[in-house]
Structure formats: C-alpha cells, structure tokens
Design a protein around this ligand. Structure first.
Ligand SMILES: [Zn+2]
Ligand SMILES: [Zn+2]
Length: 279
C-alpha cells in the first residue's frame, strides 16, 4: 500500500478557480497517474484559506485576498464526483483553536493535514509577508517554528503534521542556524509524542530551493522513536507531481525502519504495510 494524501487539485495562484480545477476529469488525471505509479490510496487536501468560511478564523490580508470559495461545495464535489478521500490542509493559528475546530468539525473529512505556514503575521514560505525580512534571527525563527509545530500537534485538531520542517524551505537562500539542528526538533517532540499525531513524509521539499525531503532524516528518526506513525505524501499541485520522487521517500523510510503507513477513513486511522510499490 502506498498513499498520497497531501494533494491540491489546483495550483496556488489566485485565478485557479473551482470551476476550472474541481472537476471529475481533473481528479481522474490524478488518479490515473497515481495508479501508474502504484499508489492506491489518494486524498485531496485543499488549503483552508481558499474558503470564505476561513475568514471566521483569521483575518490576515493574505487570507482575505484568497478566500473566495465555499467549503461545503468543495466537500460535496470531492464526495460526489471523485473517488478521492476528503481532506483539508488547515493552518495552525495560535489563539484561534476553537474557531478552527468548529470549522473542521462541521465537515466530514477523512483527515485533516495541519500546517504551520505563518509565525504570527509573517510567512515562512512566501515572499509576501515574509518572516525572513522581519529582523528576527534564524535561531529565533527556527525556535518559534518548532514551538508552534509542537503546539499544533498538541492542539489535537490535526491527523497529520504537514511538511514538518518547512522552516528549511529556502535552503541556503535564507540564514540557517549553525550546528546540530536537533536542538530545534526537540522543541516539537513532546507535543508530537503526547498527541500521537502522524508525521508527514513529503517529497515536496525536493521541488523547493532546499531540495530535501521533509522532514530531515534526524527529525524523522526522533519522531519515529517517539512513536509517531508516518503519512506519505507529495503535496502535488498538478497531476504530474503525484507520487513524485517516492523512490527517495521509500529509501528514507526503509533507512529509519518505518514499514507501515497511515490510512484514514472519516478521521479513523489504521496502519497498512508499505506495499512492494511499483514506483
Ligand atoms: Zn503547506
Ligand atoms: Zn499543501
């Protein structure tokens, strides 16, 4: 069994409308490529901030610019017109836990992917609103990121922690703290261990400046030792990227002794052995 649970049916551009991308034919293109790559279990997890309902959670100007779609229409489309599992990628916004939980509980998701894309009002992985130009040191940003990740885990709202060391996304284009990075990973570890949340192994980092899988092998090892199960995803925003570079992800999983992957159904989790997988 192989999975790809962190999929977007559209690119992140604001002009990518549901009418163009939330179609049975588009979902079928993802399914066909997945099947060709030996991936049986697929789910879609659109960004929460594309939905108008997300403005009840947070009023960041980036969210206000992007929130145009209706979340109920999205859920209905996925359930009625595709054979994909229904997920969502929801940001962790400290202080808004109740409002996030209310929105997530109103829909019958198979799973919720939780992400830390922002530190307060500053973005980690975008040029707009960037945290990297805010005068904070790399040490401070890394510390704040992993503390937020641990808090996201502990909130209990998420089934999967997405791209767990996203803070490295820019690679050498942004300052990096010196020395052993495990002192930062450590900050998230208690939350991960106590919550039992699944850790996403994502090949998306290979398509970013950093050109590495999320998370770093040392962080993955620490999570696995702490008992965290693994969810495998590509974070594809177009059909061609479904299961991208899975051979490298499988090699990493094998190296750290992971032999099972999480499968979700209406927010119930079970573990399935990693298939021989034609990739
Ligand atoms: Zn993300
Ligand atoms: Zn994503």
């Amino acid at each position: 069994m192989l999975t790809d649970y962190h999929l977007h049916l559209r690119v992140d551009e604001i002009g990518a409308t549901p009418a163009d991308y939330f179609t049975a034919a588009n979902a079928e293109r993802y399914r066909e490529l997945a099947t060709a790559r030996g991936i049986a279990e697929l789910g879609v997890s659109e960004h929460i901030y594309r939905f108008t309902q997300a403005l009840d959670i947070w009023q960041h100007p980036f969210w206000r610019e992007y929130a145009h779609d209706d979340i109920d229409e999205y859920c209905e489309f996925v359930r009625e017109h595709t054979d994909l599992r229904l997920g969502i990628e929801a940001d962790f916004i400290p202080g808004a836990e109740d409002r996030i939980a209310n929105l997530l509980d109103a829909c019958d998701f198979d799973y919720v992917v939780g992400s830390v894309h922002f530190l307060r009002d500053h973005a980690l992985d975008m040029n707009d609103y960037s945290v990297w130009g805010s005068g904070r040191s790399a040490k401070d940003i890394w510390r704040a990121y992993f503390l937020a990740l641990g808090e996201a885990a502990r909130s209990g709202m998420f089934d999967i922690l997405a791209h767990p060391d996203l803070v490295k996304v820019w690679g050498s284009q942004r300052p990096l703290p010196e020395g052993d990075l495990r002192r930062y990973y450590e900050l998230a570890l208690d939350g991960i261990a106590e919550s039992g949340v699944a850790i996403e192994v994502s090949t998306a980092g290979l398509r970013k400046h950093v050109q590495e899988i999320y998370p770093a092998p040392a962080f993955l090892e620490m999570c696995v030792e702490a008992g965290a199960p693994v969810a495998l995803s590509s974070d594809a925003h177009r059909p061609e990227d479904v299961g991208a570079d899975y051979e490298r992800a499988l090699e990493l999983l094998d190296r750290v002794g992971v032999s099972e992957l999480c499968v979700f159904d209406r927010r119930e989790r079970r573990l399935e052995p990693i298939g021989a997988g034609v990739v």
